[in-house]
Design a protein around this ligand. Structure first.
Ligand code: SAH
Length: 249
């Protein structure tokens, strides 16, 4: 019985941003478990079993991975970006903690990946160069009132902010409200980055003033980054640079 589970991050999209450790685990694996669009990013080969599942069944998916490992299989659970950021690593530990005691000593590893926030930030310059926070704007797993409270307090504390899951077909209105709150606290001139599908062929970057930001600029493939009061937007022919100096007054 030498089974294991590795929860691995595939990065934002390009092969170059998959770490060598993740590539090695994928090569050793007997089973790949994950949300369909992430599983298709793994090259199929003989004797590699692919277990693709739907969105929003994280605990079932985690239980499947753990029981396969308990049978002696070598399982990689794939996430996009980093598996510890709004993704499968925490779901796996939740299923593990509440699962049978025979799972307690299983070999579980978390293999980090490059999260969307860092990939998007790199494309625009260095907007997260000083203190920042990351907020998931989906209210699937928390009340909307908590999102509003965190937004407001983070804006008042003058953090730069990275927003995951800004807007989806199922949640078309929340992001409009987010922009309203941010305008109220941060004013109209604050730069905001919409980074869609970074490190994929569909990549698209827009940087606008908060006053000109519209909800339709974001979808489920977009990372939104709001600057702090110190963030600089510098226009040039080769494309704008957005960066936050390392210091603050
Ligand atoms: N674990 C992932 C995040 C999962 S939440 C990570 O670490 O990146 C899914 C959200 O991540 C999306 O709604 C979007 O906001 C962001 N995202 C993921 N991949 C992205 C990409 N290539 N470009 C821009 N945003 C991305």
């Amino acid at each position: 019985m030498s089974g294991w589970v590795a929860v691995a991050g595939l990065g934002p999209g390009s092969a170059g941003l998959v770490t060598p450790d993740v590539a090695a685990a994928l090569e050793e694996a007997t089973d790949i478990v994950g949300y369909g669009p992430y599983v298709v990013r793994v090259a199929p080969r003989e004797n590699l079993r692919l277990h693709a599942s739907d969105n929003r069944v994280e605990l079932e998916r985690a239980a499947l991975a753990l029981s396969l490992a308990a049978e002696g299989r070598k399982v990689v659970v794939v996430s996009s970006g980093d598996p510890g950021v709004f993704a499968m690593a925490a779901a796996l530990f939740e299923a593990w903690e509440n699962g049978p005691s025979s799972w307690r000593e299983l070999d579980i590893r978390v293999l980090p990946g490059i999260t969307a926030m860092l990939a998007a930030s790199a494309r625009a310059g260095a907007p997260l160069g000083h203190d920042f926070c990351a907020i998931n704007l989906s209210d699937n797993l928390k009340p909307w009132s908590l999102i509003e409270r965190r937004l407001r307090l983070a804006a008042e504390a003058d953090f730069a902010m990275a927003f995951y899951n800004p807007r989806s077909k199922a949640r078309p209105h929340g992001f409009a409200r987010v922009l309203e709150i941010l305008r109220e606290v941060c004013g109209p001139e604050r730069p905001i980055l919409f980074a869609r599908a970074v490190f994929t062929p569909e990549e698209d970057l827009k940087i606008v003033r908060l006053a000109d930001a519209r909800p339709e600029m974001a979808d489920m493939r977009t990372m939104v980054i709001l600057g702090s009061s110190q963030t600089r937007l510098i226009m040039r022919d080769r494309g704008p640079i957005l960066y936050t100096p390392r210091w603050s007054e």
